[in-house]
Design a protein around this ligand. Structure first.
Ligand code: FAD
Ligand code: DLZ
Ligand code: SF4
Length: 508
């Protein structure tokens, strides 16, 4: 009897476990562009187009390789609008009762598959270095889960950047050499842009028609939508940007959206690239002498360390993870996140490039938009839904731990041991934003004081009971407590006034 082989939009990998388990001569691959996936948050139009175009091309490739594929387009009049609905429709058409699936990357879909009246065999997603079981074993009995410890174990287990039993170069982590600000450089290479072909152009027209009001610019559309393009993007990064990745990984510039970042997360998260091949390419460049250790290690840590770690946390913590709100923050997400006017240059730039490119790099996400939401007490579920919507690389298993955990501390300290908060001084050190800002980064009080300066102290003051015993925050509280009491009162009053303006929807 024919079995249905489900391939989701983020499972576009040739040796996906579901495809390996299936019989090409007998089984039917099911892929579907459905309203439930395309509209459960208001995705950026570039993100929807990227997923649909990549899905169509992957389906066409499977057919060339001899698979029978039932592919449902978004505007097919028979489209049931959901993954379970499409599986049921195909099951009736084919008289099938069994489904083979690779575990989805989101609890919502795992639960939907579990609830189906068909026999669904869900296989582990082994495109990752670590399995859920391995992570759970590592986590068992630990008081706190720390990425750095997990990362070292992964280095040992995989042998990546190892010299026998010791880390390559003698150190596990070279961040000490990193974190330099960058200067404008007209000759810095930009990530390759890919002209839409006929398949992509069809998808762009469909997205224009069906999602006209979603936040974000659909055109110019420049992402790769197949494996060949994704591999080209990877090779370009390794050659042109990886050598400086480490040194400048935290830098931000008004005139350069991408700096030395890889811009490969959409390809990794859909499966067009695998984590193994990306780490292998970076390690090979290091061993060939083309890339210094601080960059190779820093980059590999993001994938072998952070990416695997947050995935482990997402599945270990369970389906309620994305809704946590440990700090009980309730403010609505300010309209500036959806492009409303702001006088803050850093926010305008981070949101602006999110709108045009469905991309912002890690420090923009963490220390600009994330930092501002956390300091001003925005409800983390709203923050989570924003990040899930606006980035082309956003799938919940990776987005939620980064947003709810790392950036908003809403998981109470599972991902990070302290909240990532900073005043304007950090942004000023790492970027050229402040020199053109309405606000003054050096001002600590008053109408023109940088909002980060006001909100930073008011956040620490508000959450003193929770954080004062945290050894990593003791210095911050000592600094605050040493300030003159009158000054402290002014800071808190100015912060309250700013928050009130934000609450009234006034431009900040
Ligand atoms: P680079 O800086 O060049 O890094 C290389 C690769 O390392 C990335 O492609 C990515 O696969 C991996 N990586 C780097 N940092 C992380 C991290 N913290 N967690 C997991 N993988 C990492 N990443 C996503 O892939 N999807 C998301 O939805 C997402 N949401 C985020 C939300 C917030 C609030 C924050 C602070 C970070 C988020 N990240 C997310 C992590 C990180 O910002 C992106 O992976 C990175 O910006 C992607 O751009 P890049 O390919 O140029 O990355
Ligand atoms: C992100 C996305 C979008 C926009 N559309 C689809 C779709 O129509 N069909 C599909 O199979 N997958 C889509 N995806 C990706 C899924 O939402 C993704 O598989 C889940 O987030 C699980 O990780
Ligand atoms: Fe951002 Fe403050 Fe600098 Fe303005 S002064 S760009 S608000 S950090």
């Amino acid at each position: 009897m024919v079995r249905l082989v489900l391939v989701l939009g983020d499972q576009l990998t040739d040796d996906l476990s579901a495809l390996r388990a299936a019989d090409r001569d007998r089984d039917l691959v099911v892929m579907a562009e459905v309203a439930d996936e395309a509209a459960y948050v208001p995705h950026h139009p570039k993100k929807i187009a990227f997923f649909f175009a990549a899905m169509r091309k992957f389906a066409a490739r499977l057919e060339v390789e001899g698979w029978r594929v039932a592919y449902t387009r978004f505007n097919d009049p028979h489209n049931c609008g959901s993954i379970p609905g499409e599986l049921m429709r195909r099951a009736q058409q084919e008289d099938a009762a069994q489904v083979i699936a690779t575990q989805p990357g989101e609890w919502r879909l795992i639960e939907a598959l579990d609830a189906m009246p068909l026999a669904v065999e869900t296989l582990p997603d082994d495109r990752f270095f670590s399995s859920g079981t391995r992570f759970a074993d590592w986590a068992k009995g630990r008081k706190a889960l720390r990425m750095e410890h997990f990362y070292r174990e992964m280095r040992r287990a995989t042998g990546i950047l190892m010299d026998g039993a010791t880390p390559e170069g003698g150190k596990w982590n070279y961040d000490h050499d990193n974190r330099k600000p960058a200067k404008d450089d007209l000759f810095r290479q930009q990530p390759p842009h890919f002209e839409p072909d006929e398949v992509t152009e069809d998808v762009l027209k469909l997205v224009e028609r069906h999602f006209p009001d979603n936040f974000g610019d659909l055109r110019p559309f420049w992402l790769a939508t197949d494996r060949t393009g994704a591999r080209h993007a990877l090779a370009h990064f390794i050659r042109h940007a990886l050598p400086d990745f480490g040194t400048y990984q935290d830098a931000m510039l008004r005139g350069d959206k991408f700096l030395y970042h890889a811009v490969i997360s959409p390809y990794l998260n859909t499966g067009l690239l695998t984590a193994r091949e990306v780490c292998a390419a970076a390690e090979a460049a290091y061993r060939a002498g083309d890339v210094p250790i601080n960059s190779a290690e820093g980059f590999i840590r993001q994938i072998l360390g952070w990416r695997e770690f947050v995935r482990g946390v997402y599945f270990l913590e369970g389906p309620d993870y994305a809704r946590r709100n440990a700090l009980n923050h309730q403010r609505k997400l300010p309209a500036m996140y959806w492009g409303a006017e702001t006088r803050m240059t850093c926010m305008a730039h981070a949101v602006g490039q999110t709108r045009t490119d469905a991309y912002a790099h890690h420090i923009q996400r963490l220390m600009v938009t994330g930092n501002f939401a956390l300091l001003s007490g925005v409800n983390p579920t709203e923050v989570h839904e924003w990040y899930l919507s606006v980035y082309a690389d956003a799938v919940e298993w990776v987005e939620a731990p980064n947003t709810v955990g790392m950036s908003q501390f809403a998981d109470g300290g599972v991902v990070g041991s302290k909240p990532y908060v900073s005043s304007g001084a950090y942004i000023n050190r790492m970027s050229d934003y402040c020199s053109t800002c309405h606000y003054r980064v050096k001002d600590r009080t008053g109408d023109r004081a940088c909002p980060f300066n006001l909100l930073y102290w008011s956040f620490l003051d508000r959450h003193r009971a929770r954080f004062r015993g945290n050894p990593r925050m003791a210095q911050m509280y000592r600094t605050w407590d040493r300030m003159d009491e009158g000054h402290r009162r002014t800071v808190l009053a100015d912060a309250d006034a700013l928050l009130a303006r934000l609450g009234r929807g006034e431009t900040v």
